[in-house]
Design a protein around this ligand. Sequence first.
Ligand SMILES: [Zn+2]
Length: 439
Amino acid sequence: MRELLILLFAFIFAGQVFAYDLVLPRDKKMTVGTNYALFVGKAKNTEIITINDEKIHTASNGAFAHSVKLKEGENRIVVKSNFNTQVYRFYKTKPVQAVQHTFTAFEPKNYIVKKDNTPLRSTPVDYGMNRISHLFKDTVLIIDGAQGDFYRVKLSKNKSAWIMKSAVAEFDCDTYKPEFVTMNTESFKNASVHTIEFTGKLPYTTDENDKEIIFKVYNPFVSDNSVYTVNIKKPEKYSYKTELCGGKYSIKLNYLPQDLTVLIDAGHGGSEKGAVGCLGDKEKDINLKIASELKDILSQSGVKVVMTRECDGNVSLEDRVKIARENCANIFVSIHLNSIPDIKMDIHKNRGTSIYYYNPNSKELANIMQDSVTSALGTRKDGVRTASFAVLRPTDYVGVLVETAYMTNPLDSVMYKSENFARNAAQGIADGIMKFASK
Ligand SMILES: [Zn+2]
């Protein structure tokens, strides 16, 4: 009996010490709206894991990741190893039908924009790549319809746009009719400044083709056809800034200088951990390691470097942009590691390096960066994509967001846990910046 008890205790003890660790899911009982349940964690060396009797592949460091398709209602998922059995219960809720809003037209009315940097959009939804302008405070608009949370803005005979209802207030002035004053272009060695002035604040849009930035100001208060266009020739590498003072727009186009200032942005920080890897590592820590290495490499090459954070603290997205602007950064590099979107069935397909950009002036750096980072790390090219991230939206700099690898991919985790990962990732990013700068 005594021997049996010792054996039993030894067995329980072994179970405690050798059992696998799960990073995801966070709870044993969950109500979710997702199509898949993700199981991400680390097995001990001798452990063989099965999830609902399917054997799970573990990487050399024990990392594993697996997704289970959920049916509506109750799902029972059993995670088993030679040491440990755990039962997880996922309750999948019915998918919520998206509300279809209908459009209502009404008599045109004047409205005024409440805040600076208010997005004007091509469609009545507040996500995606649909921003056509960022309007300034006190811009007056003609609004002639509504759909859901949006108003329709009349810009000209053929052009309408959308603005959040909450971003504007009624403007009680039926006689508002700004007049055109003057238009001017000044050229300097490394810049050009374009101004267009009216007697009141009017909406604008910017667009780009291969050779030009097309800046348009709309004056629907005068007529349907009252559109003023400034075509701004652009060099290969540039940034620009739009300002409105009184009724006067000025667009300053800067040619990227030889002596660059690079803003290094270590993603997340403080209470914002970012993604969590199979082994429980936090994205914010690895981002900071890469950022510090990048700072060293670039400083040694004589590049001026500014950091958004140098320790583990919270920095808001607005502050990250502010730091870049205050230091007149020419290039903004945001450093991250990716995680698996839960809608993907084959969890192992999501691996490698992906690069994001928003404005056309950043596309070339994004492409160069994908080549330089993947060749420095030996990672797979996961793609160059556009995304509406707050730190990438300003046109004041060339901006890219680098997702060096996937935190939740077991094979990537072997790599990002290796000793030289941060240094190699930083070298890849630095190579990309240098190559872009010297082109
Ligand atoms: Zn991140």
